[in-house]
Design a protein around this ligand. Structure first.
Ligand SMILES: *Cc1c(COP(=O)(O)O)cnc(C)c1O
Length: 394
């Protein structure tokens, strides 16, 4: 079995550790944290060979670092891509992928209104400061969406979306984007490579906030971009000069978190599906949004492109905003906090946090009631999560 044929659980269990072929006599099994700004260049002849690219090696950590490179190899393997670049945040990954995918002339970015809020704010900088046109179109308006895709040079999508867990057809979107000569970037943060593999459906780039499920321990901020085809020298130049690279310590924390990634995802998938099902039967709850529910309006698409529903869901309560606030004030085990993807269950009210910039009418138009609660289901014992939900909903 070559290391590229290994299963995700195996890749994760050995994340960053040396393979048999490179395991020297008494080398540490767990990779060291190479926490340094600079590297000794050696002789002037060595320095010349390094800078000319004739000799592999390191000069300065923003250009490359052994700990960071180990992490990049693991992330590329997890998504079955040819190469990965690590960034200081998910937003830095989106900035880098968008910049790498733009052609530099006659560019037009197409996306949809329910991508991550920070991504929309980043795109506003593209329009207002860089003068790159950005079209934000609701994919449910099929005719407009298809017309926008036909004009695009870069398409950025997120599926499932957040907080309403809507799905977008990856294969169909890739096909239309490619017909227009555009590249497709998929934010796979919510689904994770455990539950969805966008390269199988034709995506060109995948971006992640590693601050969520990939690291999984809610103790760092990081991101990555992964390319289906090999990275070019231009992509690497863009990455290092945009400057949102990571230090070895954060890269090491991500590697440490990844070692339990598949175990955590099994637990998240189990708890997420069970909590979603339980909520559909609760009298205080009027609607549950979760891609793995058989009643999800896109259940067929779910089966086509996702392996499991994950652990992010949202639900509407009878009783409006007041009921949602009472729920958040009563939860004991579940933490009232933003973010997602950690082992601890988290709850927020999007109308008061991620979507507070919209008016109640705009939120209503987007399908988001003021009683909507978003839940990131953790890996605690299911019974303890349900007990807390029950006492807070009562
Ligand atoms: C959190 C998040 C981001 C941004 O990631 P940061 O690490 O906070 O910069 C991007 N996309 C999605 C889907 C996210 O949840």
């Amino acid at each position: 079995m070559s290391s590229s044929d290994r299963h995700l659980a195996t890749i994760c269990a050995h994340a960053g550790t040396p393979g048999k072929e490179s395991r020297a006599g008494n080398a540490p099994f767990i990779p060291p944290i190479v926490q340094t700004t600079l590297f000794d260049l050696g002789t002037t002849a060595d320095a010349e060979a390094l800078f000319a690219g004739r000799q592999p090696g390191y000069t300065y950590t923003r250009f490359g670092n052994p700990t960071v490179e180990r992490l990049a190899e693991v992330l590329a393997q997890l998504e079955a891509g040819a190469g990965a670049l690590i960034t200081a945040s998910g937003n830095a990954a989106a900035l880098c992928a968008l910049t790498a995918a733009l052609r530099g002339k006659d560019d037009r970015i197409v996306t949809h209104p329910d991508v991550y809020g920070g991504t929309l704010e980043l795109l506003r900088i593209f329009t207002e400061r860089y003068r790159v046109p950005v079209e934000i179109v609701d994919p449910a308006r099929t005719v407009e969406w298809h017309a926008a895709l036909a004009r695009a040079s870069v398409v950025l999508i997120e599926t499932p979306s957040n907080p309403l867990l809507r799905l977008l057809d990856l294969a169909a979107t890739a096909e239309r984007a490619h017909a227009a000569g555009a590249q497709l970037i998929v934010d796979n943060t919510v689904a994770t490579p455990y539950n969805q593999q966008p390269f199988q459906f034709g995506a060109d780039w995948i971006v992640h906030s590693a601050s969520k499920y990939l690291n999984g321990h809610s103790d760092m901020i990081g991101g990555c971009l992964i390319r289906r085809a090999p990275l070019t020298a231009t992509h690497r130049t863009i990455h290092k000069n945009l400057g949102g690279t990571v230090n070895a310590l954060d890269a090491w924390l991500m590697l440490r978190g990844l070692r339990t990634f598949t175990l955590r995802m099994e637990a998240h998938n189990h708890n997420g599906a069970a909590v979603a099902d339980w909520l559909t039967r609760h009298p205080a709850v009027s609607h549950v949004h979760y891609p793995g529910l058989p009643t999800h309006p896109q259940a067929a698409l779910f089966r086509q492109q996702m392996r499991a529903g994950g652990a992010l869901l949202s639900f509407e309560l009878h009783g409006g905003a007041d009921a949602a606030c009472r729920f958040l004030d009563r939860i004991q085990l579940i933490v009232h906090a933003v973010s997602l993807g950690g082992m601890e269950s988290l709850a927020t009210r999007p109308a008061a946090t991620s979507h507070r910039g919209l008016t109640a009418t705009q939120r209503q138009a987007a399908g988001m009631g003021d009683s909507l609660v978003r839940l990131s289901v953790g890996t605690e014992a299911l019974e303890d999560i349900l007990t807390d939900l029950e006492q807070a909903l009562r």
